[in-house]
Design a protein around this ligand. Structure first.
Ligand SMILES: Cc1ncc(COP(=O)(O)O)c(C=O)c1O
Length: 380
């Protein structure tokens, strides 16, 4: 059986649902104002504050962000733009869309990012920009790269589609070059379905970007340069704003700090469970089930006919609150499709509805999903 491992799974809660409803009810779904609608402006302000840069310009995809950035620098047919030979295709196709030629530079085998030591030999008199990609969120050393590009007057567009929240030496990716681009596609760190953002500290580039995303219109409504409709709708901007407020949680999604044995592919769910009985299993038997050992020296109880309902995805803040609440059982209740002895005995006496926090883990040696549960309270 083929095994599907998601690159990422979006996590939403009621905040996204509620804002979507509010915007739909308002009927204000987009704005052709040069500075965007209410939610676009809010999102841009929030992002520029977070990244500590002067401007953020929201657009409708990461690809648009790259394309608009290239246009803002005046990249055109006959120009060359240096890109890494390993990235998502949009890095190079945005260059092709301007009429310029992507010049591929090999990557470093140590981090899969562009090999800075190879760049010099690829610079020609036609080189007008370089797009380093912070692949998988791993930062390219832009300071080191600048030593080569600044002496050749080559602007840097960071492709940070995968790196929102990454930093190098305390400096945030997306603010280290002349322009930074990120993507809000669902496989990315935060998502609004589709979307992208350009960040810059340059007043002139900012002005160009505002026009490029809005048909080339200036403040007076005259088309004074080439532009398209690359605007971000209000719905997406509002979702992006809420997601951005959770960026720390997403980036620090290493729940390992809280939970042992927690896998990066897991998400937490709030749910109710019911079951018809419990079977006591001793550690020897458990260890047979799990070749690397269950890590649990005590007998556990496996659920019979376990049914799970009312499943809702939780965010980290919510989970932490639950664990610190008085109702909650301790973290030690974590188990593999099972429950520990003291709670097991308790449940045998009070087989009622149980609120649990559960998460699905991929059990990589038998390719099955396993349910890990923490009881948070029992309704008796
Ligand atoms: C490195 C890189 N650049 C650019 C893009 C394009 O972003 P989008 O899909 O939002 O257009 C992506 C993601 O899809 C990406 O991973």
């Amino acid at each position: 059986m083929p095994k599907k491992i998601s690159v990422n799974e979006p996590i939403f809660d009621d905040s996204e649902v509620n804002i979507a409803q509010t915007i739909l009810d308002s009927g204000l779904l987009s704005s052709s104002n040069m500075y965007g609608g209410k939610y676009v402006k809010t999102f841009e302000k929030q992002l520029s504050k977070l990244l500590d840069c002067k401007y953020a310009v929201a657009v409708n995809s990461g690809t648009s962000a790259l394309y608009a950035s290239l246009l803002s620098l005046g990249i055109k047919s006959g120009d060359e733009v240096i890109v890494p030979s390993f990235s998502f295709t949009a890095t190079a196709s945005a260059v092709i869309a301007t009429g310029a030629t992507p010049v591929f530079v090999d990557i470093s085998s140590s981090n899969y990012n562009i090999d800075i030591s190879l760049i010099k030999s690829h610079i020609s008199k036609n080189t007008k920009a370089i797009i380093p990609v912070h692949l998988y969120g791993h930062p390219v050393d832009i300071e080191q790269l600048s030593e080569i590009t600044s002496s050749n007057n080559i602007p840097i567009i960071e492709d940070g589609a995968q790196s929102l929240g990454s930093s190098i030496d305390g400096k945030k990716c997306g603010t280290l070059g002349d322009l930074g681009c990120t993507s809000l596609y669902p496989t990315k760190i935060i998502t609004s379905g589709e979307g992208g953002v350009i960040t810059t500290n340059d007043d002139e580039l900012y002005n160009q970007l505002l026009m490029i995303r809005n048909h080339g219109l200036d403040k007076s409504g005259q088309t004074i340069r080439f532009g398209l409709n690359l605007r971000m709708p209000e719905l997406e901007a509002a979702l992006a704003s809420i997601q951005l407020s959770k960026l720390d949680d997403f980036v620090n999604f290493s729940y390992n700090k809280i939970f042992r044995n927690f896998s990066r592919n897991s998400f937490f769910y709030d749910a109710k469970i019911s079951f018809s009985g419990l079977n006591k299993v001793f550690s020897d038997e458990i260890n047979k089930l799990y070749p690397f050992g269950s890590g649990n020296p005590e007998p556990v109880f496996l659920f019979e006919n376990l049914k799970i309902s009312k499943v809702k995805v939780l965010d980290k803040k919510h989970i932490t609150n639950l664990f610190t609440s008085k109702n909650g059982f301790s973290i030690q209740a974590i188990s593999f499709n099972s429950i520990n002895e003291s709670i097991g005995k308790y449940l045998l006496n009070y087989k009622k509805e149980i609120n649990v926090i559960g998460y699905l883990n991929n059990n990589f040696w038998n390719n099955k999903k396993i349910l890990q549960l923490v009881v948070r309270d029992i309704i008796i």
